[in-house]
Write a protein that binds this ligand. Structure first.
Ligand code: DU
Ligand code: SF4
Length: 229
């Protein structure tokens, strides 16, 4: 219920003028294959199990993916790669994620992003990252995950900033992002631990070139499950 309320408020946000313009401009100019579809064209909230012990932190909605379907990683190639892996390791009820009403459920996992509106060139500005930070912070607080699988350096930096602000002891200098990097943080006042697992982003740039293979992603997801076990 709290997460539903958070999603309801989040989806009305218009705090970043450039991204509000881009999410709407993308909706107004779909590629041929999506012509005639009604785009979501709003902030995209987190999706999945409200009690998840594992969160997957991406970057931002894709203009013609989540910005179209209204669900994280849904309706684009990145999501195809991610949800197929989640299904192989038993985290997702089906291998595909095509629309918000396709029946997909996630088990013990939630997918979210540090920036919730589609940015031009998949590149939010530092200011946009800061502006959107409280939405991620609130979601992390409500879900209280044990593990965060962080897809790419942008999400890594954004999450560490959020966690530091929430009272987690983040080492200085900050641990650098890398595929396979594993860092366990302690909270300064609560008896909690959170393990961050770095993973190359599931974008086509990485998956088409073989920089991130299905086996590599499966291994990170399996490691996430081992940590919570
Ligand atoms: O309304 P709801 O049953 O809380 O589910 C909202 C949304 O989250 C629905 O699309 C299924 C998904 N979900 C999930 O993926 N995994 C869960 O354990 C519970 C809900
Ligand atoms: Fe609001 Fe985040 Fe979208 Fe900016 S990116 S308008 S802060 S939801």
């Amino acid at each position: 219920p709290d997460l539903d309320a958070l999603a309801a408020v989040c989806t009305t946000c218009r705090a970043c003028p450039r991204l509000v313009a881009w999410r709407e401009a993308s909706a107004a100019d779909p590629p041929a294959r999506y012509r005639g579809q009604t785009y979501w064209a709003r902030p995209v909230p987190g999706f999945g199990d409200p009690d998840a012990r594992v969160v997957v932190v991406g970057l931002a909605p894709a203009a013609h993916g989540a910005n179209r379907t209204g669900r994280m990683f849904t309706g684009d190639r990145s999501g195809d790669f991610l949800f197929a892996a989640m299904h192989r390791v038993g985290m997702a009820s089906q291998p595909t994620s095509t629309s918000a009403d396709d029946g997909l459920t996630l088990h013990d996992v939630r997918v979210t992003a540090p920036v919730r509106c589609a940015p031009p060139a998949n590149a939010p500005t530092p200011a946009e990252r800061r502006t959107c930070g409280p939405w991620l912070a609130r979601e992390i607080e409500l879900v209280a995950p044990r593990v965060a699988v962080v897809l790419g350096g942008f999400g890594w930096q954004a999450l560490l900033t959020t966690l530091a602000e929430q009272g987690w002891a983040v080492p200085r200098p900050r641990p650098a992002f890398g595929h396979g990097v594993e860092v366990t943080l302690r909270h300064t006042t609560q008896a909690r631990e959170l393990t961050l697992l770095g993973c190359y982003h599931v974008s086509q740039q990485n998956t088409f070139t073989g920089r991130l293979t299905p086996a590599m992603l499966d291994a990170v997801l399996r490691r996430a499950r081992d940590v919570v076990r």
